[in-house]
Design a protein around this ligand. Structure first.
Ligand code: CA
Ligand code: CA
Ligand code: CA
Length: 335
């Protein structure tokens, strides 16, 4: 199974290339949408997930102040287009509502002529949140498959250039769905060539198809976790990506008790050694964002340990060089 390289022409990463506000320590107060807080400030160190309360019975969402702020257009909620600035990108189509059907992921596509950078943001009805880059092709054309949550979602697409930010807000509805306990998402930058997201079950190891949910085990098939023969508690990698940016996403409902491990491989040798990205975990109402920095090809980043049913997340930054034992993925025994 060849991993193809998919490259799109967006040469910058994060808000730094936009000439917009990039210092996430100084989150601007809405309404000032042009001053987009950089949701991809890998280096800020704030909202350290390691500081998550670990009281065993605490399954309630943390107070809003404890959540990382990853909404690139805070306060802009009304469906439709919102322009702030001059010389704004032309965004089509301007979907205000999408009936997505019985899906857990959806391809957003269209054109944003005149935009130099773009981001997507999805918020579910239980305040699940994800954010990432929309790669822009020639003329501002784009198509990116993003995870979506169960029921009513707010989807924001923010298209920017040096003088304007256009936010397209869309209500997106999915049906025949469940509010999954766990969503793990990873996104990365232009220099990343095929990052690979792994969710390893309690007692399992990376690239073992029975215990690791990843591209070989969890895309077109699903490993049988939890109750044997019951597919409702099996994981699925519902968004897989082979090029730059991502996202990739794994969804799991009905977790077995124990400790799960989230790992990311930088899969292609064509990638940059200084590639950055992040892991976003939505776990039973909690939002945890873990930054990944300078992940070189054939390195593995152990990003988090998730303990269930306590619903706690330990953020990690363990880097493992697997280049000496790499064959279609890391063959070292991890975690
Ligand atoms: Ca991948
Ligand atoms: Ca099962
Ligand atoms: Ca870097």
């Amino acid at each position: 199974m060849a991993h193809r390289i998919h490259t799109l022409a967006l040469s910058c990463w994060a808000g730094a290339c936009l000439g917009l506000a990039c210092d996430v320590e100084e989150t601007p107060a809405p309404p000032a949408p042009v001053e987009i807080p950089d949701p991809q400030g890998w280096d800020d160190g704030e909202d350290d997930p390691a500081e998550e309360p670990d009281a065993p019975d605490d399954t309630d969402p943390p107070p809003p102040d404890d959540r990382p702020d990853i909404d690139p257009a805070p306060g802009i909620e009304e469906p439709g287009l919102h322009d702030e600035g001059t010389g704004c990108p032309t965004v089509t189509p301007a979907d205000e509502h999408i009936d997505a059907g019985a899906v857990t992921a959806y391809q957003l596509s269209g054109s944003a002529s005149g935009a130099s950078a773009a981001q997507f943001y999805v918020r579910g009805r239980n305040q699940e949140e994800i954010v990432g880059t929309i790669p822009l092709g020639a003329g501002g054309d784009y198509a990116v498959t993003v995870p979506v949550f169960c029921g009513d979602n707010i989807v924001k697409r923010v298209f920017t250039n040096a003088s304007c930010a256009v936010t397209l807000v869309t209500e997106l509805v999915t049906t025949e769905c469940i509010d999954a306990d766990l969503r793990v998402t990873t996104v990365w930058d232009a220099g990343g060539a095929d990052w690979e997201l792994h969710l390893v079950k309690p007692g399992g190891s990376i690239n073992d198809n029975a215990t690791d949910c990843t591209w070989t085990s969890c895309v077109s098939v699903r490993p049988d976790w939890g109750v044997a023969g019951d597919a409702t508690d099996d994981p699925k990698k519902d968004v897989d990506w082979l090029g730059s940016y991502g996202p990739e996403n794994i969804v799991l409902d009905g977790l077995e008790p124990g400790v799960y491990t989230v790992l990311v491989e930088h899969w292609s040798s064509a990638g940059s050694a200084d590639s950055d990205g992040r892991v976003i975990i939505n776990l039973a109402g909690k939002l945890i964002v873990i930054d990944i920095e300078d992940l070189a090809p054939h390195q593995v980043w152990t990003a988090a340990r998730i303990t269930w049913p306590e619903a706690t997340v330990e953020a990690l930054a363990d880097v493992h060089d697997c280049s000496s034992n790499w064959s279609g993925g890391c063959r070292d025994a991890l975690p």
